[in-house]
Design a protein around this ligand. Structure first.
Ligand code: IMP
Ligand code: MG
Length: 165
């Protein structure tokens, strides 16, 4: 669906946009594990301003088969969020439930700004109550794998993004 070259070019553009968007203040790039690990590592290397990196691990409980929106943090960043620009980095936005709950949880920690950067956006979101300010690609409504995205924990290592269909 997206070659390694296409991804690299788009990630470079996103990095330059992030550099422009945050002319001052502390910037904390928060990666949502595990799916964002490759995207985040390429993305931060294309940002040309000081920043910090931390990660979030979220788990939804309730129905195991689809994201229920009942999200709790399994790993909570130890870095202080108050007063900082927070950029939450996600691999793909589908229903947007996970992201909505995480944004609620992070908002109450008084960041200076809080925005979402997603590599892929399926635009089927009926549950996302926040805008996704930075999007890599508008994705088709198919199941995608590679470049961090998995199917049952497989395919994350592929340097490109493919559809399982
Ligand atoms: P949401 O809460 O429904 O938006 O779920 C988003 C999460 O589901 C993402 O962080 C991914 O881990 C996973 N996901 C959604 N769509 C895909 C896909 O096409 N491929 C791989 N994982 C996906
Ligand atoms: Mg996953």
């Amino acid at each position: 669906m997206y070659s390694a070259e296409q991804i690299a070019e788009r990630v470079g553009e996103l990095g330059r946009e992030i550099t422009r968007r945050y002319p001052d203040g502390d910037l904390l790039v928060l990666g949502l594990l595990k799916g964002s690990f490759i995207f985040l590592s390429d993305l931060v290397r294309s940002v040309n301003r000081p920043l910090q990196v931390d990660f979030l691990v979220a788990a939804s409980y309730g129905d195991q088969m689809e994201s229920s929106g009942n999200v709790r943090l399994v790993y909570d960043p130890e870095t202080e969020l108050e007063g900082k620009h927070i950029l939450l980095v996600e691999d793909i936005v589908d229903s947007g439930r996970t992201l909505s709950r995480l944004m609620d949880l992070l908002t109450v920690r008084s960041p200076r700004s809080l925005d979402i950067c997603a590599l892929l956006h399926k635009h089927v979101d009926t549950h996302l109550r926040y805008p996704v300010k930075l999007v890599g690609f508008d994705a088709p409504n198919e199941f995608l794998v590679g470049y961090g995205l998995d199917h049952a924990e497989n395919f994350r290592h592929l340097p490109y993004i493919a559809s399982l269909q």
